[in-house]
Design a protein around this ligand. Structure first.
Ligand SMILES: [Fe+2]
Ligand SMILES: [Fe+2]
Length: 168
């Protein structure tokens, strides 16, 4: 693997672990707010982001490269409402989409076809991530300040279960 591509993948591994860390911190904050459903949703998000990091990590291993793990920053999550939190999720996922697209551009420029194929999965995943966050924001906007509305959205978020491992 070319060093430019390798560095770019290592950076993306960091970004995925960083995402995982942010969502775990959000999960803890939702536990504080007694919104156990949203806490559950964020905890599953943490698992998924960790799985994304590991997908890239394993790709490097399979190609005979050594992943180089980087520093993960302390997550800053001080939201006051669920709507605020999920608006941050959407903003963060848009940022990650941008990172994935930049990584794909590197894979194209460096003619790394195997990495391009792997990244197709990530490109689709980001569409889903943004779509999910937008749908939750819509529900939270409808719920507004109503305790009953928030209760129902929280209950729905509590039903999110970990995804089945897909075949590769
Ligand atoms: Fe991710
Ligand atoms: Fe994500």
């Amino acid at each position: 693997m070319k060093s430019r591509t390798l560095d770019a993948v290592n950076n993306q591994i960091q970004a995925e672990f960083q995402s995982a860390y942010i969502y775990l911190a959000m999960s803890a904050r939702f536990e504080d707010m007694k919104m156990s459903g949203a806490a559950n949703w964020m905890r599953i998000q943490w698992q998924e982001e960790t799985a994304h990091a590991m997908k890239l990590y394993d790709h490097l291993i399979r190609r005979g490269e050594s992943p180089v793990l980087q520093t993960i920053d302390k997550p800053e999550v001080s939201f006051e409402s669920a709507l605020d939190a999920f608006e941050r999720v959407l903003e963060h996922e848009r940022h990650v989409t941008h990172l994935i697209h930049s990584l794909y551009e590197v894979a194209v420029e460096e003619k790394d076809y195997a990495l391009q194929t792997l990244l197709h999965w990530f490109i689709d995943e980001q569409v889903e991530e943004e779509e999910n966050a937008e749908a939750i924001i819509d529900s939270l906007r409808l719920a507004g300040e109503s305790g009953q509305g928030l209760f129902l959205v929280d209950r729905e978020l509590g039903q999110r279960a970990p995804e089945e491992e897909e075949d590769e």
